[in-house]
Design a protein around this ligand. Structure first.
Ligand SMILES: Cc1cc2nc3c(=O)[nH]c(=O)nc-3n(C[C@H](O)[C@H](O)[C@H](O)COP(=O)(O)OP(=O)(O)OC[C@H]3O[C@@H](n4cnc5c(N)ncnc54)[C@H](O)[C@@H]3O)c2cc1C
Length: 485
């Protein structure tokens, strides 16, 4: 199937553009998005009895992309995503489709306790309104301002707005500074003043548009849930017994497609019909359809020839670096570190950490016996210099800051660091226009699809959903062209 640069393609491997022989779909990138795309496409092809060969190419030696865990001495260190929210039903379908229900692990009830470091100490962000009012997170004046939210005029100018501006406009500057800014740092490692509200938090924009107020929207939705006209809210965190990478790997094991790891794609070029996927080393693979499921910056470089407009738009998306450091403590740390999800740390609080997740509280299976695993995140938009540190230096910062935060007198038994040089795509102001531009450009390039998390949601579940959608679309596109089996 692979054409060597110097030799003509053997007859059985002739480009499949004639569509008299098998059609070929190539998926580039073996993270959750690419594996979901390949799995879905292969399953749809079988269902529709289409003669389509699906091939997944991944440059690393293992699948999973950002979903990647290190297991050592009984600890399970998730170096990327910690879990996924069940608000994307498509992930459940994938889980069922590959028989992983038994290995799925819900986060413990510790996940409902979230903290923020404010005024020199950790404070719990209570979800119950009465406890929230009493928590001291906001001054009485700030609470009064937030309570005026239902009377704030709805924004209808259609212009983009930053997350910070949205929060300040609707709930007041104190909420924007003390709660929203650190939250955006914790989720996106990004700047609330630069990220686009409709792109980063589309649900918030919808609530304002449909109800004119976030508070009114919450009340209306609670009523609808009680009446049963709206399904119960789903926002529980899940992982798998052996970590999140279990899902992409199982999709590859169970899917009717071929996976090649350690296979670096250099570029995708267009041919008279279809595409040529050029690999490192000079070999190339003819394809009738291509799904690019690599990171935005990688897709930008791959598509410079086949879709220059898409390439240019993707190249503009920034991906700041993030260091993830795991610290495994002995049982004594459980006395100092409260049970919960973790803590956000605002800028200016005297720490370099963006936040801490208490993985061992959420997923006790991540702990070695009697231990407690926590992870510290460093870097992001405000601290790109972090990428210059080696792992020991980054780990030393994390260890020192954990000691200060929790007055810990013990050193961790386990200490590991992982640097993602280009970690999370930033949906900055203008992102919506970029998405539209890319969609229009892709419509002019039939057979080419863009999965991944660069455009339509940065979370694991969103990347999976985008992969599934692209897998389905690729088969719809191939259906009129590929021969029946
Ligand atoms: C530190 C961190 C923490 C996160 N925490 C969470 C969390 O708790 N919950 C959550 O929902 N989300 C979280 N996310 C986001 C989540 O990890 C991503 O949305 C998701 O994993 C993206 O999957 P993907 O398949 O789109 O991309 P990736 O996982 O990035 O996969 C892309 C793949 O493409 C491959 N590739 C790239 N270029 C080429 C090439 N030229 N040839 C062949 N292959 C190539 C790469 O090697 C990689 O395997 C986190 C992300 C990071 C970085």
């Amino acid at each position: 199937m692979v054409e060597s640069p110097s030799s003509a393609a053997p007859s059985s491997l002739k480009p499949s553009r004639q569509f008299q022989s098998r059609a070929r779909l190539v998926v580039i990138g073996g993270g959750i998005s690419g594996t979901s795309a390949a799995w879905t496409a292969a399953r749809e092809a079988v269902k529709q009895e289409l003669d389509v060969e699906t091939l997944l190419l991944e440059k690393e030696t293992v699948l999973g992309g950002k979903a990647s865990a290190i297991r050592e001495d009984g600890w399970l260190f998730e170096t990327g995503p910690l879990g996924y929210l069940d608000n994307e039903p498509i992930v459940d379908e994938l889980v069922r489709g590959v028989g992983l229900e038994e290995e799925r692990v819900p986060a413990s009830d510790a996940s409902s306790h979230r903290f923020v470091f404010l005024d020199g100490r950790l404070k719990e962000v209570a979800s119950h309104p009465v406890r929230f009012l009493a928590s001291g997170l906001l001054s009485p004046r700030a609470l009064l301002r937030a309570a005026c939210e239902p009377f704030v005029r709805t924004k209808r100018d259609g212009l983009d707005e930053s997350v910070w501006d949205f929060a300040a406009r609707r709930l007041g500057r104190d909420v924007a500074d003390r709660l929203i800014h650190p939250m955006v740092l914790g989720i996106f490692a990004g700047d609330a003043k630069r990220l686009s509200l409709p792109s980063a938090f589309p649900i918030m924009a919808e609530l304002e548009r449909d109800h004119g107020s976030l508070i009114r929207a919450q009340l209306a939705r609670s009523r609808a849930r009680r009446r049963g006209t709206l399904p119960p809210r789903r926002s529980s965190l899940f992982s798998f017994r052996d970590g999140l990478e279990t899902l992409p790997r199982r999709l590859s094991e169970r899917g009717s497609f071929e996976t090649r790891t350690a296979c670096v794609v250099l570029t995708v070029t267009r041919r008279e019909e279809g595409f040529l996927v050029v690999l490192e080393g000079g070999a190339s693979i003819p394809a009738d359809s291509v799904i690019v499921a690599s990171e935005g910056f990688s897709a930008a470089s791959l598509l410079a020839d086949a879709a220059p407009d898409v390439s240019q738009a993707l190249a503009e998306i920034s991906y700041p670096p993030v260091y993830v450091i795991a610290l495994g403590y002995g049982a004594e740390a459980k006395r100092s570190i409260p049970r919960g999800f973790g803590a956000l740390i605002p800028r200016g609080a005297g720490f370099r950490s963006l936040g801490v997740t208490w993985d061992g509280h959420l997923f006790p299976g991540h702990n070695a016996e009697d231990g407690l695993l926590v992870r510290v995140l460093l870097g992001g938009t405000f601290d790109p210099e972090i990428a210059k540190l080696d792992e020991n230096a980054a780990a030393a910062i994390a260890e020192g800051e954990m000691q200060r935060l929790f007055a810990l007198s013990v050193a961790p038994r386990f200490l590991r660091a992982r640097l993602w040089r280009q970690a999370i795509p930033q949906y900055e102001l203008g992102h919506g226009a970029r998405v539209q531009l890319v969609d229009e450009a892709l419509a002019r390039t039939p057979g080419l699809f863009l999965a991944g998390n660069a455009l339509h949601g940065t979370a694991f579940g969103k990347a999976a959903a985008r992969g599934v959608a692209c897998g389905e679309r690729a088969i719809v596109w191939l259906a009129g062209r590929a021969p029946k089996k």
